[in-house]
Design a protein around this ligand. Structure first.
Ligand code: FAD
Length: 420
């Protein structure tokens, strides 16, 4: 990785964000075009493998293994500008950095991820990391989740999911299942409750029904339409809002353990720019990943408007589309590769089994293997815990290619036997 020369303020391709999507784009582009001038802006000195944080919170993975120095994962000759983007100026092909400097580009790839809005829940920032309040959505907190589970001696364990889009929409309930499994093994009596602002366990009904069966197997209760709005850590009280006959109703629930997933949004610098759609996401064509108004801007990963599930698995499928279309654009051609909306969510139903939910745009069921994907399987646990981390660091982030096997397959309506 090259350091930034003092006055480099113009790049052919400028990438915002060196997370899953940005780092993979940098590597794939570098392999395709060794001569191309590429720079990547990201303030973080570290890169994280976030999908394993669920396993960390379930005592199944070491959190240190999910962190690597940025310098070790970016291609050697891609310029890393260690700063934060403060504002976008697409009409001038330019952007403003937090340090006040400007960067110009010919082509821009926005891969800034999703913003975690911890402050949107009153009292939450002060409560986190103590009083039995944790979240697998932070590197430093995921080990505390496991500490809480180990110290749990019985009582009420609450798991929350906010309204709106979040990354890995299955992760809030994965935390519940791994906790339930660990407590079941210790025969600890627990009142397990999943408080979600949503109207179902999962956005795709085919999988949602199977997940209801997993909840039932653990004797856990799903409380739908409940939004966490405040937390009192020392008193161990969580406040939820729900709509009753069109009116907001508030209820206080005492807890012994609380796992919180915060509300999320597009990053502020995108929301505040003309590149955003009405909801604040980077406004790209859902098939080509090119911006709908600026032909030299592309977007990938959690920050875009594409209506897929926000996951690293989606990034894996978007990557060849984005890079292919960007290379076409660099050559003055129209983009013609199309993303089908594929995403995957490995739901860790216990320490040992995973229900691998794979689907594409409009909830079309597109598993990679011809096996009923509603069945939690040991094979997918191995995939989640061993193969996918290897794949992430050595294939995806290195810009190497791996074939896709997912395709539309039909399954009977009746639920198969489900053993979490
Ligand atoms: P990120 O990887 O989050 O990267 C965004 C980058 O942008 C960061 O490096 C950040 O520093 C940078 N950035 C932000 N703002 C700025 C700015 N203003 N200027 C410059 N840089 C900026 N996915 C799966 O496929 N399977 C799973 O099982 C799974 N489980 C998950 C469990 C948890 C607990 C979590 C938190 C996530 C999980 N995910 C899972 C989701 C997956 O990690 C994300 O979807 C994926 O990392 C998205 O990649 P991204 O590049 O869009 O965002």
């Amino acid at each position: 990785m090259a350091t930034l020369p003092d006055v480099t303020r113009q790049h052919t391709v400028l990438i915002i964000g060196a997370g899953t999507a940005g780092a993979a784009v940098a590597s794939r582009l570098r392999r395709a075009r060794p001569d191309l001038d590429i720079a990547i802006v990201d303030p973080s000195p570290f890169h994280y493998y976030q999908p394993a944080w669920t396993l960390v919170g379930g005592g199944q993975y070491s959190h240190e293994k999910t962190e690597r120095r940025m310098a070790s994962i970016l291609p050697a000759d891609v310029v890393h500008i260690q700063d934060r983007v403060a504002a976008l100026m697409p009409d001038r092909n330019s952007l403003v950095l937090e340090d006040g400097g400007h960067l110009n580009y010919e082509f821009l790839v926005v891969a800034a991820g999703i913003q975690l809005n911890w402050n949107a829940i009153e009292g939450l920032p002060d409560a986190l990391g103590k009083h039995g309040v944790s979240s697998n959505y932070r590197y430093d907190l995921a080990p505390y989740t496991w500490e809480c589970v180990q110290n749990f001696t019985g009582g009420v364990a609450l798991f929350t999911q906010p309204s709106g889009q979040i990354k890995c929409a299955g992760a809030p309930q994965k935390a519940l299942y791994l906790t339930a499994d660990a407590l079941r093994k210790r025969t600890i009596r627990t009142d397990l409750r999943f408080y979600t602002a949503g109207a179902a366990m999962f956005g795709v009904p085919f999988y949602s029904k199977a997940l209801e069966a997993v909840m039932a197997a653990y004797g856990a209760q799903a409380c739908l339409g409940r939004e966490l709005v405040a937390v009192d850590g020392p008193k161990k009280i969580a406040v939820f809002e729900t709509l009753v006959d069109g009116l907001k109703h508030s209820e206080e629930i005492s807890f012994d353990f609380l796992h919180v997933v915060p509300p999320q949004s597009a990053p502020d610098f995108i929301r505040d720019s003309t590149l955003a759609d009405k909801a604040g996401w980077l406004d790209v064509d859902k098939f080509t990943l090119r911006h709908v108004r600026h032909a030299n801007v592309f977007g990938i990963g959690d920050c875009t408007s594409t209506p897929n599930s926000k996951t690293a698995a989606a990034v894996k499928s978007q990557l060849p589309i984005l890079v292919g279309n960007l290379l076409e654009a660099l050559a003055g051609q129209a983009p013609n590769a199309r993303y089908d909306g594929y995403a995957a969510c490995p739901l860790t139903t216990s320490a040992g089994r995973v229900l691998l939910a794979e689907f594409s745009y409009s909830g079309v069921i597109t598993p990679s293997l011809p096996l009923d994907p509603r069945v939690p399987r040991r094979l997918y646990w191995w995939l989640k815990k061993s193969f996918l981390p290897f794949f992430y660091w050595n294939i995806l982030l290195k810009g190497r290619k791996l074939a896709s096997f997912h395709r539309k397959r039909a399954f009977p309506d009746a639920l198969p036997g489900i053993q979490p």
